[in-house]
Design a protein around this ligand. Structure first.
Ligand SMILES: [Fe+2]
Ligand SMILES: [Fe+2]
Length: 375
C-alpha cells in the first residue's frame, strides 16, 4: 500500500541492542560505564550499532509515506536552568556547593527512573492504527527500543548507565560529597518516593489517571498511557539538554571543581547517548500522529488530534506545574546551604540578580513569564 524505502526497516531486539566494537571501555572515577572509544579515540554510545541506522531508516520511510514534517520541540522554548551557570559558579565561589551537588544527584535519580520503561504495559500496536505498522519505530517500541532506552538510563549488568554516571561526575567534581543517607533524605525532601508500590496502590494510581484521561473513552487506555509517557519522556529528554549545557559549563570550570574537566567530559558522553533517545521518540510519535487511530468500537480517530491532546497536557504539566515546584524546591536548597550565615541575604540577592528567576513578596520564586501569564 505504501512506497517502501529500500533500507532495512525490520530489526530484531538483539540487533537493536547490539554495540559497536570498541577498543577502549569508558571508565570514570574507577567505575566501568557503558559505551567506549573507537580506534580513532572517538566516544561511541552503547547499543547504537543498528539503532541509529534503524531510526534513520524509519524516519526516511515515514517521510516517503506521509510527507509530513517530524514533530519538533525547539530547545529555546524552555526556560534556562535555575540556578544558571553564572549563579551556580557564584555559589561555588561563595562556599555553597550544596545546590549544585543536589542538582547532580537529582538528575542522576531521574535518569534512573528511565529503567522503569521496560515495565510499561503496551497495547498490541498492530490493532491501534488503521495503517500498517510493519517496519516502523512503533513496531519496535516493545521489541528493543524501550529496552535499549532503559539500559542506557539505568545501566545493565555490571556497566553503569546514566544514573550512576551522573553520580560519578558529581563525585569526581566534588570529591565524594554525599553519603547514601543524605541522598535518601534529599529525595524525600523532593517528594520522590522510591518505595515499591503494592498491586493495590498501582491499581489506585491507574484509576486516578483514568479519571483524568484526555482522549475519547473509545481509545484503549493503555495506548493513551504509553503515548502520554512517551511524550512526557521526549519533553524531559529535550529539556535535559539545558541541564547538560549547565552541567558541562559548571563542571568544566577547573578552578571551581575537581577532576581537571573529566566530570564535564563524562556529562558530554551522556549527552551524546541522549541523541538517539530524542530521535526515536520524535519519529515514533510522528508515525502515530500521521496515522488513523482505531478505537475499541472500531471508530476512527485522527492521529493528529489524539497526539495534540496528549501533547498539550504534557507541555503544560512540564512547563508550568513542575517548573514552578522545581525552582521553589531549588530556592529552598540554596537557603538551606546558606542557613546561619551572616551574608545569606546578600548572597541570595546577588544570586537572583544574575538570572531571570524573580522572588515575590511571599518569598516564593517564579519565572518572569509565569507572572505575566498569571497576571
Ligand atoms: Fe539519560
Ligand atoms: Fe534519555
Amino acid at each position: 500500500m505504501f512506497a517502501i524505502t529500500t533500507l532495512q526497516t525490520e530489526f530484531s531486539e538483539t540487533e537493536l541492542l547490539a554495540d559497536h566494537d570498541i577498543v577502549e571501555p569508558l571508565v570514570a572515577g574507577g567505575v566501568r560505564c557503558h559505551g567506549g572509544f573507537d580506534d580513532c579515540g572517538q566516544y561511541v554510545s552503547p547499543r547504537t550499532k543498528n539503532r541509529w541506522p534503524a531510526i534513520d531508516a524509519w524516519e526516511q520511510q515515514r517521510v516517503e509515506q506521509f510527507s509530513t514534517p517530524i514533530i519538533d520541540v525547539p530547545l529555546e522554548t524552555w526556560p534556562e536552568n535555575f540556578p544558571n551557570v553564572e549563579q551556580s559558579k557564584f555559589l561555588l565561589r561563595h562556599g555553597a556547593p550544596e545546590p549544585t551537588i543536589s542538582a547532580l544527584t537529582r538528575i542522576g535519580t531521574v535518569e534512573g527512573f528511565g529503567g522503569m520503561l521496560r515495565h510499561l504495559p503496551v497495547p498490541d500496536f498492530r490493532h491501534c492504527f488503521e495503517e500498517d505498522i510493519r517496519g516502523t519505530a512503533i513496531a519496535h517500541i516493545d521489541h528493543g527500543l524501550f529496552e535499549a532506552h532503559a539500559r542506557d538510563e539505568s545501566g545493565f549488568g555490571d556497566l553503569a548507565g546514566h544514573d550512576r554516571m551522573w553520580f560519578v561526575a558529581r563525585d569526581i567534581a566534588f570529591e565524594h560529597p554525599v553519603t547514601d543517607d543524605q541522598t535518601a533524605r534529599m529525595l524525600v525532601r523532593m517528594g520522590i518516593d522510591l518505595t515499591p508500590k503494592s498491586a493495590a496502590q498501582l491499581a489506585e494510581l491507574r484509576q486516578a489517571a483514568e479519571a483524568q484521561r484526555v482522549l475519547p473513552d473509545d481509545i484503549d487506555f493503555t495506548l493513551e498511557m504509553v503515548v502520554g509517557r512517551m511524550i512526557g519522556l521526549l519533553l524531559i529528554e529535550i529539556s535535559a539538554f539545558h541541564g547538560f549545557r549547565w552541567a558541562e559549563a559548571v563542571l568544566g570550570d577547573t578552578e571551581l571543581v575537581a577532576g581537571d574537566g573529566s566530570a564535564a567530559r563524562l556529562v558530554s558522553y551522556i549527552r551524546s547517548d541522549e541523541t538517539p533517545h530524542v530521535a526515536w521518540l520524535r519519529t515514533a510519535l510522528s508515525e502515530m500522529r500521521d496515522r488513523t487511530w482505531v478505537g475499541i468500537s472500531g471508530r476512527r480517530h485522527p492521529g493528529l488530534e489524539m497526539v495534540s491532546l496528549l501533547w498539550e497536557r504534557a507541555l503544560s504539566d512540564s512547563l508550568l506545574l513542575r517548573r514552578k515546584e522545581n525552582i521553589n524546591f531549588i530556592m529552598r536548597e540554596v537557603e538551606d546551604a546558606l542557613a546561619g550565615r551572616g551574608d545569606a541575604d546578600d548572597i541570595v540577592e546577588e544570586l537572583l540578580s544574575l538570572g531571570s528567576v524573580v522572588r515575590l513578596g511571599d518569598g516564593t520564586v517564579v519565572d518572569p513569564v509565569d507572572t505575566s501569564a498569571v497576571g
